[in-house]
Design a protein around this ligand. Structure first.
Ligand code: ATP
Ligand code: MG
Length: 441
């Protein structure tokens, strides 16, 4: 991961409109990670990540930024919801499980890379296993002549195998009967250990059963088996743990939901504060047990996000506030931004609807005036009722396209243009009546 901050922002720009400050802060935080890794070890240890708190009302792109980052980075990343956790000692998910999830994500990431790297070896393994079934090896004492014949038919078989000509043949293979690895990350590692030993004692994790499958299915099954067999799990583990420690990112969504608002007065919720306290050592840096080994959370980057409608960042306990030194605010979306969100992103909503209707043979087009009108109506509705940000666009488009979507099959091969008139026809009545806009849009 050695993208410059500019490159990170550029990538995010392809999907998220506006929100410059948030993009910039995140880009810098990520680059600082990379910068830190270039330093001598003792210096590295001193440099703590600058955790970020993103503040912005609903539907302005907080989660979207995280989602896009996750896709772009080959760094371990998890997005979790702060409100899903319960205080240690109570029934529910304890906060340390987010780090265990992060480790699991990292293991998957490293495994996937490994698969990519060993693609050829894996394919060889699969081919060998399947051909063994279809063309049993020659007995030991075969004559040279026979052997030559055999080699020829083997070659032909390989050709067919590669072309997929054998895909429909049935073969019998041995597969692991099982619980997968049978463990649940939400549980503390001590319990996972117990669970694992049961799996071992019962033998169900490794038991093999015979199964008749097509060659095509066998390819998939054996591919997994091959990558497990060729995998040096110890190396994967240590690489995965290292990546978590030096590059892991936890996106802590809905952090406002665990803030205890002063306004709510007597209805204080002590368990929320408990969750905040449990978070402190993790964010600050502590050692966490996972089933793959221990990880130190000191250099994991935390990005917290929340709308803070009912509470304020200052309603978080002070120690926690202090651990998120970078604050960025996301802006509310105005009409122009809403217009751009409709049109500009790589997979913008309009492009999505276009593609969806194309599957029915309908060529959907939007006049620019119509797009402007939808942006305007979305903005007005956000102001008049509740501001739900870009999510308003979804409801507005749905309403505009309702009939077209419903009758698409009758319009096969046609081109349908959404005009300004159509938008107004579909929406004006709804928008003017505040009551109905509350329900419909
Ligand atoms: N600035 C933006 N650019 C492009 N798309 C956006 C933008 N803001 C929001 N969207 C779109 O709106 C939807 C909701 O956005 P998102 O999930 O990021 O909201 P959020 O800020 O996390 O809200 P909440 O506080 O409710 O979780 C997504 O489909 C996203 O693609
Ligand atoms: Mg969100």
């Amino acid at each position: 991961m050695n993208l410059t901050p500019k490159e990170i922002v550029k990538y995010l720009d392809e999907y998220i409109i506006g929100q410059k400050d948030a993009k910039k802060a995140i880009a810098i935080a990520l680059r600082n990670r990379y910068r830190r890794m270039q330093l001598p070890k003792e210096m590295q240890d001193e440099i703590m990540p600058k955790n970020i708190l993103m503040i912005g009302s609903t539907g302005v792109g907080k989660t979207e930024i995280a989602r896009r980052l996750a896709k772009m980075l080959s760094l371990p990343f998890v997005k979790v919801e702060a409100s899903k956790y319960t205080e240690v000692g109570f029934v529910g998910r304890d906060v340390e499980s987010m780090i265990r999830d992060l480790v699991a994500a990292s293991i998957n990431l490293v495994k996937k890379e490994h698969k990519e790297k060993n693609k050829e070896a894996i394919e060889k393994y699969v081919q060998k296993k399947i051909l063994e079934k279809l063309l049993p090896p020659l007995p030991k004492g075969a004559t040279a002549e026979k052997r030559a014949d055999y080699d020829k038919s083997y070659e032909r078989m390989v050709e067919k195998f590669k072309r997929g000509d054998l895909d429909d043949l049935k073969i019998e293979i041995e597969v692991n009967k099982g619980l997968g690895d049978g463990v649940d990350n939400s549980l503390p590692p001590e319990i996972i250990k117990v669970q694992e030993s049961f799996v071992k004692i019962l033998g169900s994790g490794r038991e093999k059963i015979k199964k008749e499958v097509s060659v095509k299915e066998a390819k998939e099954i054996l591919k997994n088996e091959a990558s497990e067999t060729l995998l040096d799990m110890d190396a994967v583990k240590s690489e995965a743990l290292k990546r978590v420690e030096n590059g892991g990112i936890v996106f802590l969504d809905e952090i406002d939901k665990i803030a205890v608002s002063q306004k709510s007065g007597s209805r204080q919720d002590p368990s929320k504060e408990g969750v905040q306290r449990d978070l402190l050592p993790i964010v600050e840096g502590s050692t966490i047990n996972t089933k793959y080994g221990t990880v130190k959370s000191d250099h994991i980057l935390f990005i917290a996000a929340g709308a803070f409608h009912l509470s304020k960042p200052s309603d978080l306990i002070p120690e926690l506030q202090g651990r998120f030194p970078l604050r960025v605010e996301l802006n509310p979306l105005d009409e122009e931004i809403l217009y751009q969100i409709l049109t500009r992103p790589k997979n913008s909503l309009l492009k999505q609807y276009h593609a969806l209707l194309k599957t029915e043979g309908v060529e959907l087009e939007f006049e620019d005036d119509a797009i402007r009108a939808m942006a305007k109506i979305s903005h007005i509705t956000n102001e008049k009722t509740e501001d739900i940000g870009a999510r308003r666009l979804h409801t507005v488009i749905e309403k505009v396209l309702e009939e077209i979507s419903f009758e698409a099959d009758e319009h096969k091969g046609e081109k349908i243009t959404v005009t300004k008139e159509l938008v107004h026809e579909r929406l004006d009545e709804v928008v003017e009546d505040e009551e109905s806009s509350r329900y419909i849009l």
